[in-house]
Design a protein around this ligand. Sequence first.
Ligand code: UDP
Ligand code: MG
Length: 319
Amino acid sequence: MKDNAILYIIIPCYNEEKVLQITSTMFLEKIESLINKGKISDKSRIMFVNDGSKDRTWEIICELAKTDEHYIGISQSRNRGHQNAVLAGLMEAKDNCDITISIDCDGQDDINAMDKMVDEYLNGCEIVYGVRSSRQTDTFFKRFTAQGFYKLLNAMGAEVVYNHADYRLVSSRVLKEFENFKEVNLFLRGMFPLVGFKSTSVYYERHERIAGESHYPLRKMLALAFDGITSLSIKPIRMITGLGTAIAMLSFVGVIWSIVMAVLGKTVAGWASMVCIVTFIGGIQLICLGVIGEYIGKIYMEVKHRPRYIISERTNDDK
Ligand code: UDP
Ligand code: MG
């Protein structure tokens, strides 16, 4: 049995001054209870990743780090988004710990699921996905769009665990392999299944945000869905090829039809239908170009190979 594994809880924070005060104690209590139960080592840490917050978030993290040695923090040089913040934390932690659990700082994900996650790790799993058992606390709109999100992802060939966001236990062994996934366009929940290793799911209830507001309005959700699809699959491009073939065949039928009509001398002044067809095909072509352009844009970003995160400060810098 692997006992006393070192656990790092990775918590991305963006403008969370209202929430942090409340949830930081919850995280500390959790980690202490896990230590007391003898499941994890006392060297375990709660690592906050400040994602270029504009409020007092980083100051709060620094103050926390002074009050208890279990709190540590790193700060990104600017706001880079949730996925990059989680990645920065995971990469920072991977050499110092045996397991990581990434979780949002707003108290929405039930921290009591961590016990089960650690148990699954002790049973030999390397990745444990936190899966929401229901979406009762969500508004109808959020529930509807989120469900559509997973359906769309799967239909488009991006494999993701249904109703799993970024609450997840990952062992450092997996992280060391994950490091070789060099892509800049990150969609972590779709990438970890690609790493493989023994994995399982743990179910939990998702609560409402303790304070503050969601940073994921519909616009960002759509962007994330689109990113997820185009980063993980080329199915949309295949669909374009299919669509192109179908339209080409259709127009071939149209050509034959018009020749037959011309031979029969029944040509009509079909201005309206002409315009309809031309604009329809024009529209489809533009959409297809847009999708292909999206992939080219991604290739461009990947080729530049810019760093995915830049850590500017650490709470233990002075030590
Ligand atoms: N977050 C971040 N960078 C961002 C936006 C969000 O690090 O640019 C963090 C945020 O502090 C929170 C988590 O990502 O811990 C999830 O964000 P949020 O709760 O706003 O999203 P929701 O739960 O509504 O999907
Ligand atoms: Mg949230």
